[in-house]
Every structure is written in C-alpha cells, then in structure tokens.
Design a protein around this ligand. Structure first.
Ligand SMILES: Nc1ncnc2c1ncn2[C@@H]1O[C@H](COP(=O)(O)OP(=O)(O)OP(=O)(O)O)[C@@H](O)[C@H]1O
Ligand SMILES: CCCC(=O)O
Length: 357
C-alpha cells in the first residue's frame, strides 16, 4: 500500500489567509482566517505581517486537532519572484531572500513561501511553493510590447489556471500536456491564458494593466489618455497606481468590487450597472478570442473559473460570444488549496522532482 502524506497548505490573500490540511488528496480541514483592516493596517509592508499570520495559522492548525509534528510537508502559494516556469519548487534561502525583498514587488502571496519554510524547518520536513503568480512560459513573440523599453510580463493566477486546465484535461480523458485550453480566471483580478500542451504561451498581465478590466483593476487602457492624466499635475504616481489596481474596474464605475452587489443593482433596474457588468464580460470574451488566435484555432476547451464564474448572467454573456470557438467548461471558485497539496504530493510520491529557484 502507498504511504499516506499529511500536508499543510497556506494561501495568503490581501485580506485573509486560507489554510487547509490534506491527508493525501483528502481534506482534513480547511479554514479562511480573515484579517480585519485594523489588524493588517498596523503593518507598513506586507512582509511585516509574517509573525502575525504565522501565529494565527499555527493556532488554527492546533484548534483543528492537527499536531505540526504529524505533517510531512508544508506548501505555500508562491509570490512575486523572478519569472520561472510552472511546477513545484523547494523553498530555499535564495528564494526567501527574493520573497522578503519583494524582487518583483509586494504581494500577499510572498508570505506563502516564507511562512511555509518557517513552519517546516521547525519540524524538519520540506517546504514547497507551487505555480507562483510569476510562472513565465511565454513564447518569444508574446514578449514584444511595441515599445523597446517595455517587455510584456507573465503575471497571472497560474495556480488556479493550471489546476483547472488539468481538471479539464482529466474530464477529456487526456493529460494537460496533450491539450490546448484557454482559461479565464475571473476573481478580484481577471487573467486569461492560452495554454498550449501544458505551457501558458501567452497571458494578459493581471496585475499591471493588461487584458480585461476586473472588479478592482482597469486592465488595458488607451495609453495616450493615461499619459496625459499622469502629467496633468493632478495625481501622484501612487494615485495613478491605485486607480489602476484597487480602484479600477467595477470599483471605479460602480463603487463596489462585489459581483453580487452589481447583480442586485441590475435587478433593481440600474442601466449603468448592466452596461458596465456586460462590458466586463465583453472584454473577457474578446480576450478569449485573442487567445484562440494564439492557439491558431486549435482549442480543445475554454475554462471559466474564479468567483465570478458563479454568476449565470456573466457566464451566459461570455458563452454567447465564445461558444463558436470550442466547448466551454465552467468551474466556479478556485481549486487552489487542493492544487497546492497535489503539487507537494507529486514530489513526495516521486512523480515529479522539485525544481530549484
Ligand atoms: N454568485 C456570485 N455572483 C457574482 N459574483 C460573485 C459570486 N460569488 C462571488 N462573486 C464575485 O467573485 C469575485 C471574487 O472572486 P475570487 O474569490 O475568485 O477572488 P479573490 O480570490 O478575492 O481574488 P483573485 O481571484 O484575483 O486572487 C468578487 O467580485 C465576488 O463578488
Ligand atoms: C496576478 C495574480 C494574482 C492577483 O490577481 O493578485
């Protein structure tokens, strides 16, 4: 009989930390630890929240009847590292240095690897990260932006995109490496990726003003007008960054980042809310169309995932525009916790070798 592995998974978000313990693929418990703005607001930088988040995680594990000593590995959601290909990576001192300094910027998921290593080292087991947001498998032609000083970057919801693409492959009786799939992750941020035989060869940078607008972000903008705004003297760099990330998209137009609020507005007859919400679906559909050309029309499936995929209204608007391309599979929510566990399990079982950053 094959050995059982117990794994703690850690997924830090901007306002919460999701944790789960798995016994092989079986969920032992899952918990979302919410952090109020007062708690989080005390810290100047995300990395300063390390001690606080680690402590609440350890307490929650204990409260749920799991002893740290029972764990075989700790797996965290990886952060804004230097660009790397997809897979499971050992957390090393070199990686920790880049996560702590925020080599590509600050992001809550930077804490995933740092906390995983701290807990794992204490009990002498390995720590890993899986498919961090900087997974970069872009084909060369996709790196060209049109301005020599600026190269396109691959920053997206790699963990959930790859997990749902694998799920689609299993449903089709194939492996991820055997299919071409377009995945639209639709959460607070939206990313749409073209997956060709297990590699994401093009994707709109979800963090930095590319692709569709989302609940909190602008996505791509007319750059001439943006440049004029930047030099109008009315805004600081920080103001503009906030307008692009955080106060863009649904928040900018409608004052909420919650798709459910917008649907309530629509049901109450708010025409502006309907126009903006439909425009967001229109932009997602348009990006899916663009990815179909990246894959030269060879598309085995289109996957719609993330919180907004729970919305029938939103999904229908997209389906109307993209069904001609291929079968649309809808996987609402995220498969991130099990995806982290499976990434660790593949290494512990010797099916895959952990990569070194
Ligand atoms: N039933 C629903 N109908 C419409 N929108 C929904 C529904 N359920 C969740 N959402 C929306 O999904 C979005 C959040 O999705 P999700 O939880 O995937 O995002 P996140 O994890 O906060 O951010 P990200 O996915 O970018 O990391 C919010 O706008 C939320 O209102
Ligand atoms: C870019 C990937 C994660 C996020 O939207 O913050």
């Amino acid at each position: 009989m094959s050995k059982n592995f117990k794994i703690l998974t850690i997924n830090p978000g901007s306002t919460s930390t999701k944790i789960a313990v798995f016994d092989n693929e079986e969920l032992v418990f899952e918990k979302t630890l919410r952090h109020s703005s007062e708690e989080i607001g005390k810290y100047e930088k995300i990395s300063d929240q390390f001690e606080f988040r680690k402590n609440v995680i350890e307490e929650a594990v204990k409260e749920n009847g799991v002893k740290l000593e029972e764990l075989d590995a700790v797996v965290g959601r990886g952060g804004l590292l230097k660009p790397i290909e997809g897979g499971t990576y050992k957390v090393t001192d070199n990686m920790i240095k880049d996560l702590k300094t925020g080599v590509l910027g600050e992001h809550a998921s930077n804490l995933g690897g740092i906390i995983a290593k701290e807990i794992a080292d204490k009990i002498n087991v390995p720590s890993f990260i899986v498919d961090p947001v900087v997974v970069d498998e872009l084909q060369d032609v996709a790196r060209i932006s049109g301005m020599p000083e600026i190269e396109r970057k691959s920053i997206f919801h790699a963990l959930n995109q790859k997990a749902t693409a694998r799920r689609a492959a299993v449903e089709m009786g194939k492996t991820y490496e055997e299919i071409n799939v377009i995945v639209a992750h639709m959460g607070g941020g939206i990313s749409v990726g073209a997956h060709e035989n297990g590699k994401v060869i093009d994707v709109a940078n979800a963090l930095d003003g590319e692709g569709p607008f989302s609940p909190e972000r602008t996505g791509g903008l007319p750059v001439g007008d943006l440049a004029k705004m930047c030099f109008s003297g009315k805004y600081t760099l920080n103001d503009i960054k906030k307008k692009i990330k955080g106060n863009g998209g649904l928040v900018g137009y409608l004052g909420t980042n919650d798709g459910r609020d917008v649907e309530k507005m629509i049901k109450e007859g708010n025409e502006k809310a309907k126009l903006i919400y439909e425009a967001m679906a229109y932009q997602v559909a348009k990006e899916i169309g663009a990815c179909a050309t990246v894959l030269k029309g060879k598309v085995d499936a289109i996957v719609l995932t993330g919180g907004i995929a729970y919305s029938k209204m939103f999904v229908n608007w997209i389906q109307e525009r993209v069904s001609f391309i291929g079968e649309v599979k809808v996987y609402p929510g995220e498969d991130e916790m099990i995806a982290l566990a499976q990434g660790g399990l593949r290494v512990l079982r010797g099916e895959e070798e952990a990569k070194t950053y």
